[in-house]
Structures are given as C-alpha cells and as structure tokens.
Design a binder for this molecule. Structure first.
Ligand code: UDP
Length: 324
C-alpha cells in the first residue's frame, strides 16, 4: 500500500514513517522542512519538499505517486505562538489542510488519518477525558485542529472520505535506534528541557506552578511514547481498510505523571541532579490531562506498551547524542 505522509520530517511523523517502511509500505513524505529535518526522514521513504499552501505541487504528488491513504501530521503546534500569530496558524494549519483534503477529494482518496490534539477539550470537565466530552478549545492552535476535524466530517458526508482524527495527549520519548528523536526550536516541552538540564545545557527547569489541585501541586499529564503513537496510526489505516466509519479517538496511556514526578524519575534514570525552580503558572494549563483510551483499545485494538521510564530513557539516549 502507498501512503502519503505530510510532516514526515517532523517529530511524530518521522517515527511513523520509520514504522511504515519497516512494515514494507511504500511511503511518500511531503514536508516543507520549515520545522522538520531531512535527516529525520527514513532513507526508504520517497521525500518531496513541497508546501501544502502550493496547490499545484500538491496535486502533482497525487498524480505522480497515487497514494491510497493520507496521514496528515504537518502543522504548526506551539500554543503560545498561535496566540501571538493566529494568522500564521489559520493559514498554515487550516488553509494547508483544506488544500490537502481538497486534493484528496479530487483524487478519490477515501482514507485519511489526522493528527489532532487533546487540547481541543480545553479545560476538561471530567478526567479521564473521553471522546464524548464536549470540545472547548481555548487557544488558536486548538481551534485550528478542531476546524480541520469538522472539515473532515463534512468531506465524509458529501464525498464519502473516511477519516480517523487521533487526539494525542503528551507525545514524548524517541526511537531506540538513536537516529531520530525530538528536536524543536525553541524547545518548550517538559521532558527534553528536564534532560537538557541534566546534561548541563540549561541551568534549571522552571516548574510552572505548584498550587494546582493535584497531590504534589504540579500539573499532571499523560505522556505517551512516540512509537506507541506511530503504531496507533498504522492501526487507524487498518481500521479504514476494513471499511469502518469516520471517527475521533484519544491516544494516551490512561495514567499521568506530575511535573515533579518527571523531574525525580529523570534524576534516577540519568543519575544527575536536576535543578528546578517553582515559578508561576503558565497561562492555559489545566491541572490534569489524562486520556480515557477505551475507544482506541476497542476500535483500533491499540494498547500502548511503553512505560514512563522507557519514555525518559529513550529521550535521554537521544538528548545525549541528538542527530539534528
Ligand atoms: N512544564 C513546566 N516547565 C516547563 C515546560 C512545561 O513546568 O519548562 C509543565 C507544563 O506546565 C505542563 C507539563 O509540564 O503541565 C507539560 O508541558 P509540555 O509543554 O511538555 O506539554 P503540554 O502539556 O503543554 O502539551
């Protein structure tokens, strides 16, 4: 099967591409390298440097490679940046996705897997969070993702394009081969920042608030290994190949760790002292975000296997020797 992967040079996309080529899929990666890395793209994938905003280049990819399914990772994903530059986010995420979805409709693609996010729930009214919970995004980034989910629903109704929107909780960790990993510029995610502090690249980690209503007062998140996410995307393709209906599915482990727990576990795993300082809350951070992942288990037969320790160990291996 030939699969077009947008954003295949990015963090989660590159892990999925590696997974697919190892399963003997034919993989076409479309990425403009604005935030991804060519080195992250597996050698066996066909790489096309193109922008989703450039419709004629996009159309050529469909004509030249005839994909049977599309997995769409390409997006900007910084909440803070989306507040400062909503125009950039609506253009890149919404217009880019619109072009891609339109090209899919024009080329008869009926299978579409989409990278969505748990941030579309906003401040959850109930934890663990199930897909039934009302979406209530509180920033432009999450708004763009929800709009794309709605677009997919409408393209299903009118054109029969079936899709699975996967709402990730906190993607983390790295492939164990040490060749690909998480590299954001700037880095804002907790685990890479904690590990850079262990390495002495940073003086300390700022803990954003210790006055939340959680056992140690710091925020709890559901960290999910990037290779478990990769597996879920492949199961989502199987789900669509089996002729199932469009759906949205949470991807998380179902349990969470606090910021202080991540720091303590990282100290144990790295054997290094990690300096931290408690500072004020970060705007828009809910106290607890943990997935109810029953639907993923039932519909995708997806069971995440990597523990939080394996997440930190694999991220540590990458942090010591990042390739890009
Ligand atoms: N966090 C923190 N210090 C940092 C970065 C993150 O205390 O330098 C906290 C953040 O408030 C959240 C958790 O760590 O509770 C995970 O944040 P991250 O940015 O990794 O992911 P998010 O949950 O925002 O998607």
């Amino acid at each position: 099967m030939t699969v077009l992967v947008t954003g295949g040079a990015g963090y989660i996309g590159s892990h999925f591409v590696k997974y697919l080529v190892e399963k003997d899929f034919k993989v076409i990666v479309l990425d403009n390298l604005s935030r991804g890395y060519k080195q992250a793209v597996h050698q066996k994938a066909v790489f096309v440097n193109a922008d989703l905003l450039d419709y004629s280049s996009l159309s050529k990819v469909f004509i030249n490679h005839k994909p049977e399914a599309v997995v769409h990772f390409a997006a900007f994903a910084y909440v803070g940046e989306s507040v400062e530059k909503p125009d950039l986010y609506y253009q890149n995420n919404v217009v880019g996705s619109y072009n891609l979805i339109k090209a899919c409709a024009e080329n008869g693609i009926k299978k579409f897997v989409f990278s969505s996010t748990c941030s579309i729930y906003g401040n959850p009214t109930k934890v663990p969070i199930s897909e039934e919970q009302q979406s209530n995004p509180i920033n432009p980034y999450a708004n763009t993702k929800l709009i794309i989910e709605m677009m997919l629903k409408d393209f299903d109704t009118s054109f029969g394009m079936k899709s699975v929107a996967l709402r990730y909780f906190n993607a983390a960790g790295a492939d164990l081969n040490g060749e690909i990993g998480e590299s954001h510029n700037p880095e804002t995610h907790l685990i890479p920042l904690v590990l850079d502090t262990a390495l002495g690249k940073r003086e300390k980690v700022y803990v954003f608030g210790d006055d939340y209503n959680t056992p140690d007062g710091t925020c709890i998140r559901d960290y999910i290994h990037v290779n478990d996410l990769a597996l879920a995307h492949s199961q989502a393709i199987n789900y669509l190949n089996d002729g199932n209906d469009s759906t949205v599915i949470n991807l998380g482990t179902g349990s969470g760790n606090s910021v202080l727990e991540i720091i303590k576990k990282s100290e144990r795993i790295t054997g290094k002292k990690i300096n931290y300082e408690i500072t004020g809350r970060r705007a828009g951070d809910p106290a607890v975000l943990v997935a109810d992942n029953k639907k993923a288990k039932e519909l995708l037969n997806w069971y995440p296997v990597h523990t939080i320790e394996e997440i930190i160990e694999s991220a540590w291996k990458w942090s010591i020797n990042p390739k890009y």
